[in-house]
Ligand binder design. Structure first.
Ligand code: ADP
Ligand code: ASP
Ligand code: MG
Length: 471
Protein backbone atom coordinates (compact mmCIF):
# COMPACT_ATOMS: atom_id res chain seq x y z
CA UNK A 1 0.00 0.00 0.00
CA UNK A 2 1.27 3.46 -0.98
CA UNK A 3 1.77 5.81 2.01
CA UNK A 4 1.37 9.58 1.81
CA UNK A 5 1.56 12.47 4.27
CA UNK A 6 -0.91 15.22 3.37
CA UNK A 7 -0.23 18.57 5.04
CA UNK A 8 -2.83 21.32 4.90
CA UNK A 9 -1.71 24.88 5.62
CA UNK A 10 -3.79 27.56 7.32
CA UNK A 11 -4.79 28.97 3.93
CA UNK A 12 -6.34 25.56 3.05
CA UNK A 13 -8.43 25.41 6.21
CA UNK A 14 -9.48 29.02 6.60
CA UNK A 15 -13.19 28.16 6.87
CA UNK A 16 -15.47 25.24 7.76
CA UNK A 17 -16.38 24.80 4.07
CA UNK A 18 -12.70 24.52 3.22
CA UNK A 19 -12.23 22.00 6.06
CA UNK A 20 -14.96 19.84 4.55
CA UNK A 21 -13.38 20.15 1.10
CA UNK A 22 -10.01 19.13 2.55
CA UNK A 23 -11.60 16.16 4.37
CA UNK A 24 -13.01 15.06 1.01
CA UNK A 25 -9.54 15.24 -0.58
CA UNK A 26 -8.28 12.97 2.21
CA UNK A 27 -11.13 10.51 1.72
CA UNK A 28 -10.64 10.46 -2.08
CA UNK A 29 -6.92 9.77 -1.72
CA UNK A 30 -7.57 7.01 0.84
CA UNK A 31 -10.06 5.36 -1.49
CA UNK A 32 -7.24 4.99 -4.03
CA UNK A 33 -5.59 2.37 -1.80
CA UNK A 34 -3.37 4.92 -0.08
CA UNK A 35 -2.50 5.09 3.61
CA UNK A 36 -2.77 8.77 4.53
CA UNK A 37 -1.37 10.67 7.52
CA UNK A 38 -2.85 14.17 7.80
CA UNK A 39 -0.95 17.15 9.25
CA UNK A 40 -2.89 20.36 9.76
CA UNK A 41 -2.03 23.99 10.59
CA UNK A 42 -4.09 26.40 12.64
CA UNK A 43 -6.97 28.12 10.85
CA UNK A 44 -5.66 30.98 8.70
CA UNK A 45 -4.59 33.95 10.85
CA UNK A 46 -5.15 32.21 14.20
CA UNK A 47 -1.44 31.90 15.08
CA UNK A 48 -0.99 35.65 14.48
CA UNK A 49 -4.02 36.33 16.67
CA UNK A 50 -2.64 34.12 19.45
CA UNK A 51 0.66 35.98 19.31
CA UNK A 52 -1.16 39.31 19.61
CA UNK A 53 -3.27 37.97 22.51
CA UNK A 54 -0.14 36.78 24.35
CA UNK A 55 1.40 40.24 23.96
CA UNK A 56 -1.79 41.94 25.11
CA UNK A 57 -1.91 39.60 28.13
CA UNK A 58 1.64 40.63 29.02
CA UNK A 59 0.38 44.22 29.04
CA UNK A 60 -2.32 43.04 31.47
CA UNK A 61 -5.21 43.79 29.09
CA UNK A 62 -7.96 41.64 30.68
CA UNK A 63 -10.69 43.10 28.43
CA UNK A 64 -8.76 42.12 25.31
CA UNK A 65 -8.54 38.52 26.53
CA UNK A 66 -12.29 38.34 27.07
CA UNK A 67 -13.08 39.61 23.57
CA UNK A 68 -10.37 37.36 22.11
CA UNK A 69 -11.85 34.28 23.76
CA UNK A 70 -15.22 35.06 22.21
CA UNK A 71 -13.60 35.54 18.77
CA UNK A 72 -11.85 32.18 19.03
CA UNK A 73 -15.11 30.47 20.06
CA UNK A 74 -17.01 32.08 17.18
CA UNK A 75 -14.35 31.23 14.58
CA UNK A 76 -14.10 27.57 15.59
CA UNK A 77 -17.79 26.96 16.27
CA UNK A 78 -18.67 28.45 12.86
CA UNK A 79 -16.06 26.17 11.26
CA UNK A 80 -17.55 23.14 13.04
CA UNK A 81 -21.07 24.02 11.90
CA UNK A 82 -19.95 24.03 8.24
CA UNK A 83 -17.47 21.14 8.39
CA UNK A 84 -19.45 18.53 10.34
CA UNK A 85 -23.08 17.53 9.58
CA UNK A 86 -23.66 14.67 12.04
CA UNK A 87 -25.18 16.22 15.20
CA UNK A 88 -23.57 13.81 17.67
CA UNK A 89 -20.12 14.24 16.12
CA UNK A 90 -20.57 17.99 16.08
CA UNK A 91 -21.43 18.02 19.77
CA UNK A 92 -18.34 15.96 20.61
CA UNK A 93 -16.03 18.30 18.70
CA UNK A 94 -17.70 21.42 20.16
CA UNK A 95 -17.06 20.00 23.62
CA UNK A 96 -13.33 19.56 22.87
CA UNK A 97 -13.07 23.08 21.41
CA UNK A 98 -14.91 24.65 24.37
CA UNK A 99 -12.61 22.87 26.86
CA UNK A 100 -9.47 23.84 24.93
CA UNK A 101 -10.50 27.50 24.65
CA UNK A 102 -11.33 27.59 28.38
CA UNK A 103 -7.80 26.35 29.03
CA UNK A 104 -6.39 29.01 26.67
CA UNK A 105 -8.26 31.70 28.60
CA UNK A 106 -6.76 30.45 31.86
CA UNK A 107 -3.25 30.53 30.41
CA UNK A 108 -3.73 34.09 29.10
CA UNK A 109 -5.24 35.22 32.40
CA UNK A 110 -2.19 33.78 34.19
CA UNK A 111 0.11 35.80 31.91
CA UNK A 112 -2.05 38.86 32.65
CA UNK A 113 -1.61 38.41 36.43
CA UNK A 114 2.17 38.05 36.36
CA UNK A 115 2.59 40.55 33.48
CA UNK A 116 5.36 38.37 32.08
CA UNK A 117 5.56 36.46 28.81
CA UNK A 118 8.47 34.04 28.59
CA UNK A 119 9.53 32.15 25.46
CA UNK A 120 8.14 29.03 27.13
CA UNK A 121 4.71 30.50 27.87
CA UNK A 122 4.56 32.11 24.42
CA UNK A 123 5.05 28.68 22.79
CA UNK A 124 2.32 27.28 25.02
CA UNK A 125 -0.11 29.99 23.87
CA UNK A 126 0.88 29.54 20.19
CA UNK A 127 0.27 25.79 20.39
CA UNK A 128 -3.48 26.37 20.77
CA UNK A 129 -4.01 27.20 17.07
CA UNK A 130 -3.15 23.68 15.95
CA UNK A 131 -4.70 22.11 19.06
CA UNK A 132 -7.99 23.67 17.93
CA UNK A 133 -7.85 22.98 14.19
CA UNK A 134 -6.92 19.28 14.34
CA UNK A 135 -10.09 18.10 16.18
CA UNK A 136 -12.29 19.97 13.66
CA UNK A 137 -10.58 18.34 10.67
CA UNK A 138 -10.60 14.97 12.42
CA UNK A 139 -14.37 15.40 12.97
CA UNK A 140 -14.90 16.40 9.33
CA UNK A 141 -13.14 13.20 8.16
CA UNK A 142 -15.17 11.05 10.57
CA UNK A 143 -18.30 12.80 9.26
CA UNK A 144 -17.43 11.39 5.82
CA UNK A 145 -17.47 7.91 7.41
CA UNK A 146 -13.76 7.25 7.66
CA UNK A 147 -12.17 6.39 10.99
CA UNK A 148 -9.74 9.04 12.16
CA UNK A 149 -7.80 9.85 15.32
CA UNK A 150 -6.47 13.19 16.49
CA UNK A 151 -2.94 13.78 17.90
CA UNK A 152 -1.06 16.85 19.10
CA UNK A 153 2.59 16.92 18.02
CA UNK A 154 3.46 15.84 21.56
CA UNK A 155 1.03 12.91 21.51
CA UNK A 156 2.34 11.86 18.09
CA UNK A 157 5.83 11.66 19.63
CA UNK A 158 7.70 14.68 18.25
CA UNK A 159 10.37 15.54 20.81
CA UNK A 160 12.56 18.66 20.64
CA UNK A 161 15.23 20.53 22.55
CA UNK A 162 14.26 23.52 24.74
CA UNK A 163 14.89 26.20 22.11
CA UNK A 164 11.39 27.66 22.49
CA UNK A 165 10.09 29.45 19.41
CA UNK A 166 12.35 27.53 17.03
CA UNK A 167 12.81 24.14 18.68
CA UNK A 168 14.98 21.46 17.06
CA UNK A 169 13.58 17.92 16.81
CA UNK A 170 15.57 15.11 18.42
CA UNK A 171 15.51 12.81 15.45
CA UNK A 172 16.16 9.37 16.92
CA UNK A 173 13.55 9.45 19.65
CA UNK A 174 11.06 11.27 17.40
CA UNK A 175 11.42 8.67 14.63
CA UNK A 176 11.05 5.82 17.09
CA UNK A 177 7.92 7.27 18.70
CA UNK A 178 6.25 8.26 15.43
CA UNK A 179 6.76 4.72 14.13
CA UNK A 180 5.38 3.27 17.33
CA UNK A 181 2.33 5.54 17.64
CA UNK A 182 1.30 6.52 14.10
CA UNK A 183 2.28 3.61 11.85
CA UNK A 184 -0.05 0.99 13.41
CA UNK A 185 -3.06 3.20 12.63
CA UNK A 186 -2.33 3.09 8.91
CA UNK A 187 -2.38 -0.70 9.08
CA UNK A 188 -5.82 -0.51 10.76
CA UNK A 189 -7.18 1.93 8.13
CA UNK A 190 -7.50 4.73 10.66
CA UNK A 191 -6.45 8.21 9.48
CA UNK A 192 -4.16 9.96 11.99
CA UNK A 193 -4.70 13.75 12.06
CA UNK A 194 -1.62 15.36 13.62
CA UNK A 195 -1.50 19.01 14.63
CA UNK A 196 1.47 20.61 12.87
CA UNK A 197 4.01 23.09 14.28
CA UNK A 198 3.88 21.89 17.90
CA UNK A 199 5.97 19.38 19.79
CA UNK A 200 7.29 18.90 23.34
CA UNK A 201 10.58 18.59 25.17
CA UNK A 202 11.66 15.31 26.73
CA UNK A 203 9.96 16.51 29.93
CA UNK A 204 6.68 17.12 28.12
CA UNK A 205 6.88 20.95 27.99
CA UNK A 206 5.19 22.26 24.82
CA UNK A 207 7.48 23.76 22.13
CA UNK A 208 6.98 25.07 18.59
CA UNK A 209 9.12 24.40 15.54
CA UNK A 210 9.12 28.03 14.31
CA UNK A 211 6.63 29.85 12.08
CA UNK A 212 5.50 27.78 9.13
CA UNK A 213 6.49 24.73 11.18
CA UNK A 214 3.65 22.46 10.03
CA UNK A 215 5.62 21.82 6.83
CA UNK A 216 8.43 20.54 9.06
CA UNK A 217 6.04 18.33 11.07
CA UNK A 218 4.87 16.77 7.79
CA UNK A 219 8.34 15.95 6.53
CA UNK A 220 9.47 14.64 9.93
CA UNK A 221 6.54 12.22 9.91
CA UNK A 222 7.13 11.38 6.23
CA UNK A 223 10.77 10.50 6.86
CA UNK A 224 10.05 8.56 10.07
CA UNK A 225 7.37 6.41 8.42
CA UNK A 226 9.26 6.07 5.12
CA UNK A 227 6.26 7.26 3.08
CA UNK A 228 6.22 7.39 -0.73
CA UNK A 229 5.52 11.13 -0.98
CA UNK A 230 4.77 14.17 1.20
CA UNK A 231 2.08 16.40 -0.28
CA UNK A 232 2.07 19.99 0.98
CA UNK A 233 -1.33 21.44 0.09
CA UNK A 234 -1.67 25.21 -0.08
CA UNK A 235 -3.67 27.95 -1.82
CA UNK A 236 -1.51 28.34 -4.96
CA UNK A 237 -0.57 25.81 -7.68
CA UNK A 238 2.93 25.14 -6.34
CA UNK A 239 6.23 26.96 -6.12
CA UNK A 240 6.21 29.67 -8.72
CA UNK A 241 8.70 32.06 -10.30
CA UNK A 242 7.48 34.71 -7.80
CA UNK A 243 4.68 35.18 -5.29
CA UNK A 244 1.59 35.15 -7.56
CA UNK A 245 -0.05 37.62 -5.18
CA UNK A 246 2.65 40.15 -6.14
CA UNK A 247 3.31 39.10 -9.75
CA UNK A 248 0.09 37.79 -11.33
CA UNK A 249 2.01 36.46 -14.38
CA UNK A 250 4.26 34.27 -12.19
CA UNK A 251 4.66 30.76 -13.62
CA UNK A 252 4.53 27.40 -11.92
CA UNK A 253 7.85 25.58 -11.56
CA UNK A 254 6.83 21.94 -12.20
CA UNK A 255 10.06 20.40 -10.86
CA UNK A 256 12.76 21.52 -8.46
CA UNK A 257 15.75 19.86 -6.84
CA UNK A 258 15.80 19.69 -3.03
CA UNK A 259 18.63 22.20 -3.03
CA UNK A 260 16.80 24.74 -5.17
CA UNK A 261 13.56 24.35 -3.23
CA UNK A 262 15.42 24.69 0.09
CA UNK A 263 17.08 27.88 -1.16
CA UNK A 264 13.68 29.24 -2.13
CA UNK A 265 12.15 28.22 1.20
CA UNK A 266 14.93 29.99 3.10
CA UNK A 267 14.25 33.12 1.06
CA UNK A 268 10.54 33.04 1.72
CA UNK A 269 9.11 31.49 -1.45
CA UNK A 270 5.80 29.86 -0.50
CA UNK A 271 6.47 30.78 3.13
CA UNK A 272 7.74 27.22 3.61
CA UNK A 273 9.61 26.39 6.81
CA UNK A 274 13.31 26.72 5.90
CA UNK A 275 14.25 23.37 7.45
CA UNK A 276 11.23 21.50 6.12
CA UNK A 277 13.11 19.73 3.36
CA UNK A 278 15.92 18.38 5.57
CA UNK A 279 14.26 15.15 6.78
CA UNK A 280 12.97 14.06 3.37
CA UNK A 281 16.12 15.09 1.53
CA UNK A 282 18.09 12.69 3.73
CA UNK A 283 15.54 9.91 3.16
CA UNK A 284 15.18 10.75 -0.56
CA UNK A 285 11.40 11.09 -0.30
CA UNK A 286 9.82 13.41 -2.89
CA UNK A 287 7.57 16.30 -1.87
CA UNK A 288 4.81 17.81 -3.94
CA UNK A 289 3.39 21.30 -3.39
CA UNK A 290 -0.26 21.29 -4.52
CA UNK A 291 -3.27 23.58 -4.62
CA UNK A 292 -6.33 22.49 -2.57
CA UNK A 293 -8.49 24.69 -4.78
CA UNK A 294 -7.09 23.13 -7.98
CA UNK A 295 -6.30 19.49 -7.11
CA UNK A 296 -6.12 18.40 -10.78
CA UNK A 297 -2.88 20.37 -11.12
CA UNK A 298 0.10 18.11 -10.26
CA UNK A 299 1.87 21.07 -8.60
CA UNK A 300 5.63 21.29 -8.01
CA UNK A 301 7.57 18.07 -7.54
CA UNK A 302 10.63 18.41 -5.31
CA UNK A 303 13.04 15.49 -5.60
CA UNK A 304 16.65 14.55 -6.22
CA UNK A 305 16.12 13.54 -9.83
CA UNK A 306 14.87 16.68 -11.38
CA UNK A 307 14.52 16.14 -15.14
CA UNK A 308 13.14 19.37 -16.57
CA UNK A 309 16.09 21.71 -16.68
CA UNK A 310 15.65 25.29 -17.58
CA UNK A 311 18.59 27.01 -19.20
CA UNK A 312 17.69 30.20 -17.40
CA UNK A 313 20.08 31.29 -14.69
CA UNK A 314 17.43 32.85 -12.49
CA UNK A 315 14.37 30.70 -11.75
CA UNK A 316 12.53 32.68 -9.14
CA UNK A 317 12.53 35.89 -7.18
CA UNK A 318 11.32 36.31 -3.62
CA UNK A 319 10.80 39.06 -1.12
CA UNK A 320 11.31 38.83 2.64
CA UNK A 321 9.40 41.40 4.63
CA UNK A 322 9.46 42.17 8.36
CA UNK A 323 13.24 42.58 8.42
CA UNK A 324 15.48 45.37 9.62
CA UNK A 325 19.03 46.39 8.70
CA UNK A 326 21.65 47.42 11.25
CA UNK A 327 24.74 49.32 10.14
CA UNK A 328 27.64 49.15 12.55
CA UNK A 329 30.47 51.61 12.00
CA UNK A 330 33.78 52.08 13.76
CA UNK A 331 37.41 52.68 12.87
CA UNK A 332 38.21 50.43 15.85
CA UNK A 333 37.19 47.38 13.79
CA UNK A 334 39.87 48.01 11.14
CA UNK A 335 42.67 45.45 11.38
CA UNK A 336 41.36 44.21 14.75
CA UNK A 337 41.09 40.41 14.70
CA UNK A 338 38.00 39.13 16.48
CA UNK A 339 35.96 42.32 16.17
CA UNK A 340 33.29 40.73 13.96
CA UNK A 341 33.32 37.68 16.23
CA UNK A 342 32.45 39.89 19.20
CA UNK A 343 29.45 41.34 17.38
CA UNK A 344 28.10 37.96 16.24
CA UNK A 345 28.81 36.28 19.55
CA UNK A 346 26.82 38.97 21.32
CA UNK A 347 23.88 38.62 18.96
CA UNK A 348 24.02 34.80 19.12
CA UNK A 349 24.05 34.75 22.91
CA UNK A 350 20.92 36.92 22.85
CA UNK A 351 19.16 34.54 20.41
CA UNK A 352 19.22 37.04 17.56
CA UNK A 353 19.55 35.24 14.26
CA UNK A 354 21.53 37.08 11.58
CA UNK A 355 19.91 36.57 8.16
CA UNK A 356 22.34 38.45 5.93
CA UNK A 357 25.78 40.08 6.29
CA UNK A 358 27.77 42.48 4.19
CA UNK A 359 31.10 43.98 5.14
CA UNK A 360 33.30 46.29 3.12
CA UNK A 361 36.99 45.54 2.66
CA UNK A 362 37.72 48.80 4.50
CA UNK A 363 36.54 46.85 7.62
CA UNK A 364 35.11 50.04 9.11
CA UNK A 365 31.50 49.12 8.42
CA UNK A 366 29.40 46.01 8.68
CA UNK A 367 25.72 45.70 7.78
CA UNK A 368 23.48 42.93 9.01
CA UNK A 369 19.84 41.99 8.46
CA UNK A 370 17.68 40.52 11.22
CA UNK A 371 13.95 39.95 11.85
CA UNK A 372 12.27 43.29 12.53
CA UNK A 373 10.72 42.19 15.83
CA UNK A 374 14.25 41.61 17.21
CA UNK A 375 15.54 45.07 16.30
CA UNK A 376 14.95 46.71 19.69
CA UNK A 377 16.73 43.90 21.52
CA UNK A 378 19.62 43.82 19.01
CA UNK A 379 20.22 47.56 19.25
CA UNK A 380 20.19 47.60 23.01
CA UNK A 381 22.60 44.66 23.40
CA UNK A 382 24.99 46.14 20.81
CA UNK A 383 24.90 49.59 22.37
CA UNK A 384 25.26 48.42 25.96
CA UNK A 385 28.12 46.01 25.24
CA UNK A 386 30.10 47.75 22.52
CA UNK A 387 29.55 51.50 22.32
CA UNK A 388 32.17 53.70 23.91
CA UNK A 389 34.63 50.79 24.23
CA UNK A 390 36.81 51.82 21.27
CA UNK A 391 35.49 49.18 18.88
CA UNK A 392 32.45 50.79 17.29
CA UNK A 393 31.49 54.44 17.07
CA UNK A 394 27.97 54.27 15.77
CA UNK A 395 25.04 51.84 15.37
CA UNK A 396 22.25 52.86 12.99
CA UNK A 397 19.12 50.97 12.01
CA UNK A 398 16.57 51.01 9.20
CA UNK A 399 13.29 49.25 9.91
CA UNK A 400 11.48 50.10 6.66
CA UNK A 401 13.43 47.71 4.42
CA UNK A 402 12.94 44.29 2.80
CA UNK A 403 15.22 41.69 1.26
CA UNK A 404 14.82 40.71 -2.39
CA UNK A 405 16.48 37.51 -3.61
CA UNK A 406 16.98 36.17 -7.13
CA UNK A 407 17.53 32.40 -7.12
CA UNK A 408 18.36 29.52 -9.44
CA UNK A 409 20.82 26.62 -9.60
CA UNK A 410 22.10 27.73 -13.02
CA UNK A 411 23.24 31.07 -11.64
CA UNK A 412 26.39 29.29 -10.55
CA UNK A 413 29.15 30.22 -12.97
CA UNK A 414 26.87 32.17 -15.34
CA UNK A 415 28.44 35.49 -16.24
CA UNK A 416 26.48 38.72 -16.11
CA UNK A 417 23.66 37.67 -13.76
CA UNK A 418 24.54 40.24 -11.10
CA UNK A 419 24.90 42.95 -13.69
CA UNK A 420 21.42 42.18 -15.11
CA UNK A 421 19.89 42.01 -11.60
CA UNK A 422 21.23 45.42 -10.61
CA UNK A 423 20.78 47.15 -13.99
CA UNK A 424 17.12 46.15 -13.87
CA UNK A 425 16.83 47.88 -10.48
CA UNK A 426 18.49 51.08 -11.68
CA UNK A 427 16.19 51.14 -14.71
CA UNK A 428 13.23 51.06 -12.32
CA UNK A 429 14.73 53.72 -10.02
CA UNK A 430 15.10 51.26 -7.11
CA UNK A 431 17.92 52.24 -4.80
CA UNK A 432 19.91 49.32 -3.32
CA UNK A 433 20.91 49.60 0.34
CA UNK A 434 22.98 46.43 0.78
CA UNK A 435 24.09 43.42 -1.31
CA UNK A 436 25.10 39.82 -0.49
CA UNK A 437 25.98 36.87 -2.68
CA UNK A 438 27.04 33.65 -1.06
CA UNK A 439 29.85 31.68 -2.70
CA UNK A 440 27.28 28.96 -3.47
CA UNK A 441 26.17 31.40 -6.22
CA UNK A 442 22.63 30.01 -5.93
CA UNK A 443 21.22 33.40 -5.07
CA UNK A 444 21.88 37.09 -5.08
CA UNK A 445 20.11 38.99 -2.34
CA UNK A 446 19.88 42.68 -1.67
CA UNK A 447 18.10 45.12 0.59
CA UNK A 448 15.79 47.87 -0.65
CA UNK A 449 13.30 50.18 1.03
CA UNK A 450 10.05 48.34 1.70
CA UNK A 451 8.11 50.70 -0.54
CA UNK A 452 10.36 49.64 -3.47
CA UNK A 453 10.02 45.86 -2.80
CA UNK A 454 7.29 45.15 -5.30
CA UNK A 455 9.00 47.17 -8.06
CA UNK A 456 12.28 45.36 -7.34
CA UNK A 457 10.67 41.91 -7.69
CA UNK A 458 8.83 42.96 -10.83
CA UNK A 459 12.04 44.32 -12.40
CA UNK A 460 13.83 40.97 -11.97
CA UNK A 461 10.81 38.96 -13.15
CA UNK A 462 10.76 41.04 -16.33
CA UNK A 463 14.52 41.18 -16.88
CA UNK A 464 14.85 37.37 -16.81
CA UNK A 465 11.49 36.87 -18.59
CA UNK A 466 10.37 34.49 -15.86
CA UNK A 467 6.82 34.46 -17.20
CA UNK A 468 8.24 32.61 -20.24
CA UNK A 469 10.34 30.11 -18.29
CA UNK A 470 10.22 26.53 -19.72
CA UNK A 471 8.51 27.75 -22.92
P1 ADP B 1 0.09 27.68 3.99
O1 ADP B 1 -1.02 28.27 4.78
O2 ADP B 1 -0.40 26.67 3.01
O3 ADP B 1 1.24 27.20 4.81
P2 ADP B 1 1.68 29.95 3.24
O4 ADP B 1 1.01 31.26 3.40
O5 ADP B 1 2.68 29.53 4.26
O6 ADP B 1 0.55 28.86 3.07
O7 ADP B 1 2.33 29.89 1.81
C1 ADP B 1 1.57 30.05 0.65
C2 ADP B 1 1.72 31.45 0.12
O8 ADP B 1 3.08 31.69 -0.23
C3 ADP B 1 0.97 31.67 -1.16
O9 ADP B 1 -0.34 32.05 -0.92
C4 ADP B 1 1.79 32.76 -1.88
O10 ADP B 1 1.18 34.02 -1.76
C5 ADP B 1 3.11 32.80 -1.09
N1 ADP B 1 4.31 32.73 -1.96
C6 ADP B 1 5.39 33.53 -1.84
N2 ADP B 1 6.30 33.24 -2.78
C7 ADP B 1 5.79 32.24 -3.52
C8 ADP B 1 6.28 31.50 -4.66
N3 ADP B 1 7.47 31.74 -5.22
N4 ADP B 1 5.50 30.51 -5.14
C9 ADP B 1 4.30 30.25 -4.58
N5 ADP B 1 3.79 30.91 -3.52
C10 ADP B 1 4.51 31.90 -2.99
N1 ASP C 1 0.33 27.97 12.40
C1 ASP C 1 1.75 28.13 12.34
C2 ASP C 1 2.10 29.46 11.72
O1 ASP C 1 1.23 30.24 11.37
C3 ASP C 1 2.43 26.99 11.66
C4 ASP C 1 2.10 26.80 10.21
O2 ASP C 1 1.12 27.38 9.72
O3 ASP C 1 2.82 26.05 9.53
O4 ASP C 1 3.27 29.76 11.59
MG1 MG D 1 2.94 28.09 5.80
Amino acid sequence: MKKIVMKFGGTSVATGENMRHVARLVVDTTSQECGVVVVVSALDGVTDELLEAAEQAQKEKQEYIKAFKQRMLDTHFTAISKAIRNAQLRKEVEHIIQKTIDELEKVLTGICYVGELTAKSKDYVLSFGERLSAPVLCGAISDLKLKSQCFTGKEAGIVTDVNFGEANPLLNVTTHQLKERIKPLLEKNVIPVVSGYIAATQDGVVTTLGRGGSDYTATLIGAALGVDEVWIWTDVDGIMTADPKIIPTAKLLPELSYQEAAEMAIFGAKAMHPRALEPIMKANIPARIRNVFNPKNPGTLISSDQTTTSKDAVKSVAIIKDVAMININGAGMVGAPGSYARIFDLLGRNHINVMMISAAVSEANISIVIRRNLLGRALSVLEIALLGKGLISDVAAEDDVCVVAAMGANMKGTLGVASRVFTSQARNCVNIRMIAQGSSELNISFVVKEKDGKAAVKAIHEEFELDKIYL
